[in-house]
Ligand binder design. Structure first.
Ligand SMILES: Nc1ncnc2c1ncn2[C@@H]1O[C@H](COP(=O)(O)OP(=O)(O)O)[C@@H](O)[C@H]1O
Ligand SMILES: [Mg+2]
Length: 217
């Protein structure tokens, strides 16, 4: 379970988050919606330990993550949190298999284990024929599926996704969304997804609407 309590965050004089409380249960799919500039990405980054709040706490289970520092925090993040962004952010000079295995290699896993887990996920994503291709040889939908595989390679407890289907056409968007629900069913993955897609939001277990730095509903 992830619990964010009374999260405040400002950039210079701009108060972006004004006291946010969010709980995400294991296996839940939560959508975060709201107008551009509402603070959705900021909140997701704070939930993902990529930035620290000015005030408030984020707990993963019993761990108060912002008491962790430097390497400890990076190791916690690498093990527990997967990220998917609007633009895949796969490394262009590596093939799909290497990209997907990368977080496991960074975490210090044995190469054979990292590649085996990567291969399984790539197969699950229907990208088996694409493992040795580089990102620029894939379609947009395939790249995002590879990015989801990469997010999952360390068996994180949660995947945080920031407008993951924002750059896809409607067919690929539907397919990516279906994949999230399949993964939850098959692996119990928890998802927090920032989205502008009304269909995805309506299919989520819960929708959190951010407005002017507060939860509006
Ligand atoms: N690193 C930063 N430095 C300064 N301002 C920022 C930074 N990140 C976000 N902001 C500002 O905070 C506000 C909320 O941004 P963001 O969380 O990206 O909103 P959203 O994802 O909902 O569109 C915006 O006004 C944005 O310009
Ligand atoms: Mg954003």
């Amino acid at each position: 379970m992830i619990r964010a309590v009374d999260i405040h965050k400002s950039f210079d004089n701009l108060e972006v988050l004004k006291g946010i409380d969010v709980t995400v249960n294991d296996g839940e799919i939560v959508a975060i919606v709201g107008p551009s500039g509402a603070g959705k990405t900021t909140l997701l980054q704070l939930l993902g330990t990529l930035d620290s709040p000015d005030r408030g706490n984020v707990y993963y289970g019993d761990t108060d993550v912002y008491t962790l520092r430097g390497k400890e925090l990076a190791a916690f993040r690498g093990k527990n949190i997967g990220f998917v962004f609007q633009f895949h952010q796969l490394l262009p000079e590596f093939n799909v298999l290497e990209n997907v295995a990368m977080p496991a290699l960074i975490a210090g896993d044995r190469r054979a284990d990292a590649f085996e887990r990567a291969r399984k996920l790539i197969d699950y994503m229907g990208l088996g024929q694409r493992s040795s291709h580089r990102p620029n040889q894939l379609s947009g939908g395939e790249r995002q599926r590879a990015a989801v595989a990469r997010a999952l390679v360390n068996n994180p407890s949660v995947v945080l996704a920031d407008e993951p289907s924002g750059s896809l056409d409607s067919v690929n968007r539907r397919e990516l969304h279906r994949l999230f629900f399949d993964l939850r069913r098959d692996m119990g993955t928890t998802f927090v997804i920032v989205t502008h897609d009304n269909t995805l939001a309506s299919e989520a277990d819960r929708v959190i609407t951010l407005k002017d730095g507060l939860i509006a509903g």
